[in-house]
Design a protein around this ligand. Sequence first.
Ligand code: CAA
Length: 411
Amino acid sequence: MTSGTAPIGIDDIELATSHHVVKLDDFAEANGTDPAKFHLGLGQDEFSFPAPDEDVVTMAAAAAAPIIARSGTEGIRTLLFATESGIDQSKAAGMAVHSLLELPSQMRVVEVKEACYSATAALQAAVGIITRSPGQRVLVIASDVARYELDTPGEPTQGAGAVAMLVSANPKLLEIEPVSGLNSADVDDFWRPNDSTTAIVDGALSVTAYLDALTGAWTDLAAQGGPEMAEIDRVLYHQPFTKMAKKAQVHLAGLTGEDLDTEIVAGGSGAAGTDVSNVAAAGPRDTGLATSTLYNRRLGNSYTASLYAGLCSLLDHDEDLAGKRIGLFSYGSGSVGEFFTARVVPGYEQHSRRQAVTEALDARVPLSIDEYRALHAAELSSAEDVSTPKVTAGPFRFAGIKGRARLYERA
Ligand code: CAA
């Protein structure tokens, strides 16, 4: 989007995740399931799982801290915290991040909610703020812990992660274009009642609701005068599991009549990482489906952060993005879909975080299935004062509950 002549978009981006990981090979063995069901059927190899002293705040602060260290706080007057897994019904989780990062008092700090879509709403709001005040910068953080009931089909698609984005004029990474395709429909495909720590989901309906939202958003993008598919070089999707991105790509190919690549990386824990060798050099047009799903198949679902974790993966693994147009499809159950586009800024590759992200993914401590199930079942009540055990190797920790308030500290 332009304000006068200055483009507005993502100037810096960081991905953080949790201390623990559950390997889907272990999960398959414990459940007597064929591991191919997860690696190929869902396109997932592992999922991140928080330690008892981690949550959406600690991951969010860990993601934002390096950005603040690099860029300082000048001009940052807004922090938008997007999450489905908020920690309080009233107070924005971003307040704890504001405190942990010692951000200036002269800021507005707000939480934004609409399932997995809300980070995109926050990003667009940030663009609006900067359009009015081009000297300002906005810190947008998407952070979520995806939790389903044990022994349900959603369980292997859990995950945890946070993506922090600094939005500014003249960004170094991505210039967001002004036209968006939008689609809202009241549907009960996935939701989380106020008294539940796990999501309720109608899996089959959620998949069709996602694809219906893609149809609606794509159709609206065209109606709003947006680019045609032939003018879009790469496409990113919300990735509740990476096979969903493949389903979306097949759907978009059908909508547009274009021959698009539909291969995600072949499964198996050994494939987790950067192997894109099974992507054909010729044939259907490569729009980055394989490169944009590499991080997510190791993170699991990170709800609001998932689309932007896909963006991190694409930026870190595709060396031919300078000046290219990316289409981004954001979906949040309930439901909202938005299809918008952005241009990659030449020089983006100088800001690759691939090594740091890969190290963070590799450093996660595996949980046995018994340990994971025990942690999953352990729920804290705000009614009791409690100190959490020191487990996380991350820079910030959830220290416990006192007087029904959550306490955070530097680790
Ligand atoms: N080898 C290879 N593939 C196998 C296999 C094997 N041994 N066994 C099964 N499969 C394949 C199946 O053929 C199927 O493939 P297709 O989808 O291409 O048909 C795939 O594995 C999944 O298997 P099932 O159809 O048996 O489905 P499931 O019981 O695993 O449930 C799910 C799938 C409904 C998506 C479930 O994981 C779920 O409820 N997830 C949470 C909801 C979700 O993520 N929905 C996505 C859209 S909503 C959204 O995007 C918002 C959000 O973040 C939640």
